[in-house]
Design a protein around this ligand. Structure first.
Ligand SMILES: CC(=O)CC(=O)SCCNC(=O)CCNC(=O)[C@H](O)C(C)(C)COP(=O)(O)OP(=O)(O)OC[C@H]1O[C@@H](n2cnc3c(N)ncnc32)[C@H](O)[C@@H]1OP(=O)(O)O
Ligand SMILES: NC(=O)C1=CN([C@@H]2O[C@H](COP(=O)(O)OP(=O)(O)OC[C@H]3O[C@@H](n4cnc5c(N)ncnc54)[C@H](O)[C@@H]3O)[C@@H](O)[C@H]2O)C=CC1
Length: 255
């Protein structure tokens, strides 16, 4: 189905990103995994064999992302799809009155830096490469998929930084889609609910259980493969553009 397609997946060593890499490869695509040097990207690429390459990057670095794009060209000759999954989760009260301590500003900045600015950094540099593709019969040159979160809309206590970063991703989706429309590049954001990944497993099990029980249907955490399935649908459906899609079993998170 994706024979000839070349993808670049940030955060591709783990969780939702990894499931996306696996699906793209299973459908015949070739993929560059971009993740931190400390991640399991190298092992993941080895397991998935010759159609996958790993480039250690920090998404916030211009030089790192340029290197990843150069490797994509050197190894696979083109770039059709970017999936931005790299992200970090933080939880802290705006002011901890028990400890008389304000939210750590560096932590707020880091969350915005990785989740919002990192996503934008990858989009702005990758767009230049995707835009060089010859257009298909519909005029399309490629697709960019971003990952926000339902926390962009109903963030819980402690999620000020995380929600702000993800709301930024939602907010820039339409203007970037409009901006890149002339070039035939679509931009779509997924806002996942709760998915069982290493990020989610950082929460204490009782918190996971209570969150799980608050999903109307199906009353469970999502499987990363279900995220990857939506990425595939977005790539396949040319009318999806400039939109954020919630993928959440209709959860609306409580305070
Ligand atoms: C990854 C994704 O993209 C998907 C998601 O967003 S999944 C949702 C993730 N949610 C989170 O990460 C929640 C983050 N928040 C927290 O972990 C904690 O609120 C916190 C660590 C920031 C603060 O903890 P704390 O200051 O120790 O608060 P704590 O003493 O536990 O609780 C204080 C009060 O707030 C309530 N509370 C704290 N966290 C809560 C929560 N997540 N939901 C509901 N109530 C909460 C407690 O019930 C308690 O209530 P009362 O004292 O009024 O009875
Ligand atoms: N798991 C969930 O329930 C949800 C996850 N999300 C979002 O989905 C995305 C993927 O999350 P998960 O797979 O759950 O988490 P994960 O923690 O399993 O994977 C995130 C990956 O991003 C990488 N990463 C972090 N900072 C990076 C940086 N600066 N540069 C390059 N790579 C970096 C990590 O090394 C890791 O491999 C994140 O953006 C997250 O915020 C959104 C909603 C729900």
């Amino acid at each position: 189905m994706f024979k000839g397609l070349v993808g670049l997946v940030t955060g591709g060593a783990s969780g939702l990103g990894r499931a996306t890499v696996e699906r793209l490869v299973k459908q015949g695509g070739r993929v560059v995994i971009c993740d931190l040097p400390t991640s399991t990207g190298q092992e993941t690429a080895k397991q998935l064999k010759e159609n996958v390459a790993f480039v250690p990057i920090d998404v916030t670095s211009e030089q790192d992302v340029k290197n990843a794009l150069q490797t994509t060209i050197d190894k696979f000759g083109r770039l059709d799809v970017v999936v931005n999954c790299a992200g970090v989760a933080t939880a802290q009260r705006v002011y901890n009155f028990k400890k008389d301590q304000p939210f750590d500003l560096k932590s707020f900045q880091k969350t915005i830096e990785v989740n919002l600015i990192g996503t934008f950094n990858v989009i702005r540099l990758a767009a230049g490469l995707i835009g060089k593709n010859a257009p298909d019969a519909d005029g399309q040159r490629g697709v960019i998929v971003n990952t926000a979160s339902v926390a962009a809309f109903d963030g819980q206590i402690g999620q000020a930084a995380y929600s702000a970063s993800k709301a930024g991703v939602v907010g820039m989706t339409l203007p970037i889609a409009r901006d890149l429309a002339k070039q035939g590049i679509r931009v779509v954001t997924i806002a996942p609910g709760l998915f069982r990944t290493p990020m989610m497993e950082m929460l204490p099990e009782p918190a996971i259980k209570s969150l799980e029980a608050s999903v109307p249907f199906p009353p469970r955490l999502g499987h990363p493969q279900e995220f990857a399935l939506l990425v595939q649908s977005i790539i396949q459906n040319p009318m999806l553009n400039g939109e954020t899609i919630r993928l959440d079993g209709s959860i609306r998170m409580q305070p």
